[in-house]
Design a protein around this ligand. Structure first.
Ligand code: PRP
Length: 183
């Protein structure tokens, strides 16, 4: 089992590594234009955002600062309360800074809704969100996401940072998992 190929349990590849990198490059170009002449801090939401942060930062030719937060929803794995606990806060002060929160997926929107309001209370110059994926049908909180890679159906997806029980994050593509894995 542990030596199995990480791609074995996929039923469908939604986005290949090449498609993902091209999309991240496209987002990076938009972001570079929008933040021209301004300092930019990108904040990755651990752990899923590790891959997109890494590729986005390297797609920029401009300077960018990087920081990280880790958050967890209260309750037994359910996000329905919308209450979030900070496991790891930013290292630095964001007062007066242009902050772009980077995540790999907006699902219900609860995490980023809470996070952006928390960050906004710290007096930044601006706070925006960039996400590679968004599930419009799963959204529970109205949340403004300025940069979206793709809108996807409400299916369970893994790869490129997205996990199922901490596995599949290291898959280079993004795909849907065979139901026998989680049923
Ligand atoms: C995922 C993802 C977002 C959040 C989105 O993180 O990285 O932060 O869920 O879901 P929401 O829109 O329903 O709030 P997760 O809590 O799975 O942690 P991980 O990044 O460590 O996998």
């Amino acid at each position: 089992m542990d030596s199995a190929d990480v791609r074995d349990d996929l039923v469908k590849v939604l986005f290949t590594e090449d498609q993902i990198l091209a999309k991240v490059k496209e987002l990076a170009e938009r972001i570079e234009k929008d933040y021209d002449g301004k300092d930019l801090l990108i904040v990755g939401v651990l752990k899923g955002a590790v891959m997109v942060m890494s590729d986005l930062a390297r797609a920029f030719s401009r300077h960018v600062e990087m920081d990280w937060m880790a958050v967890s929803s209260y309750g037994s794995g359910t996000k329905s309360s919308g209450v979030v606990r900070i496991l790891k806060d930013l290292d630095g002060d964001i007062h007066g800074k242009h902050v772009l929160v980077v995540d790999e997926i907006v699902d219900t929107g609860l995490t980023l809704s809470w996070l952006t309001s928390n960050l906004s209370s710290r007096g930044p110059a601006s706070v925006e969100i960039a996400t590679l994926l968004r599930k419009p049908d799963a959204q529970q909180m109205p949340i403004e996401v300025k940069y979206v890679g793709w809108d996807i159906p409400n299916e369970f997806v893994v790869g490129y940072g997205l996990d199922y029980q901490e596995r599949y994050r290291n898959l280079r593509d993004i795909g849907t998992l065979a139901s026998h894995v989680y049923s």
